[in-house]
Ligand binder design. Sequence first.
Ligand SMILES: Nc1ncnc2c1ncn2[C@@H]1O[C@H](COP(=O)(O)OP(=O)(O)OP(=O)(O)O)[C@@H](O)[C@H]1O
Length: 285
Amino acid sequence: MMNYPPKETPPQPPAPAGAPPRPAIHAQGLTVARGPRTVLRNLDFAVPPGQITGLLGPSGCGKSTLMRAIVGTQAKVTGTLDVLGHPAGDATLRSRIGYVTQAPSVYDDLTVRQNLTYFAAILDPGRAAADRRDENVTRAITDVALTTHADVLAGNLSGGQRSRVSLAVALLGTPELLVLDEPTVGLDPVLRRELWNLFDTIAAERRATLLISSHVMDEAERCHRLLLMREGEILADDTPEALRTRTRTESVEAAFLHLVDEATATTTEPTTTAATGTHQKEQAR
Ligand SMILES: Nc1ncnc2c1ncn2[C@@H]1O[C@H](COP(=O)(O)OP(=O)(O)OP(=O)(O)O)[C@@H](O)[C@H]1O
């Protein structure tokens, strides 16, 4: 069980030379209950550092819940969940993680630049940091392609533009881990491609780790690794290429459907009952 409220833990020693890099996120036996329901069941996985990992699965499978557990905002979490070498929710992680929820958290009565300036002042306070803050705000606005809208009130932006302001807030502090919950929902194909190019740049140049949820399967092809989820469980944890090869399919979407069929077949295989000696089909859950 994780500790709430979060405590600070001492930094862990670096991985020995030659050893594989420590995962950015490592879960073992991770289980989460929401209300009376268990919505994540006994998950084991590792997210490598400096790469883009896609979290994919149908609506309601538990993607947002898993992200909330990783950033430390989810209650009733059991098992082990380490993030950047600390237990999830540890106070030292706050400035190292950028988290963008599905609902954009921006102030409608402030402009794009004013929103970012406000959050920059919380992250990096003090008069001495004013120039650095201005630079970071301008860079973040450019990163999300909102330069021409910098002085527009957030309340007058489209849904996609508001989502990008939220993303810009998360990029202000140059976090080591970015957790993005469906960042491309409602965006046109050109903007989606631009955002994915930005994610590539963030991973390659800043060596940040990105965990990005989506239900758009063509976005899966742009990830280095994928966690495919279904009904609170991890169906696959692999690279897109390995998934396609393993399932002998041509796209991640086809691979996912293949794995769903396989999992369904496993849970509905005939079982012999000792009492009657007849075969019965178990109900898929
Ligand atoms: N506050 C809550 N209380 C109880 N159950 C909840 C709560 N929020 C979500 N759930 C349930 O937890 C499960 C996982 O929800 P979650 O939002 O993590 O799914 P998701 O994969 O992110 O879905 P989507 O793609 O639609 O955002 C769902 O079955 C949902 O009904």
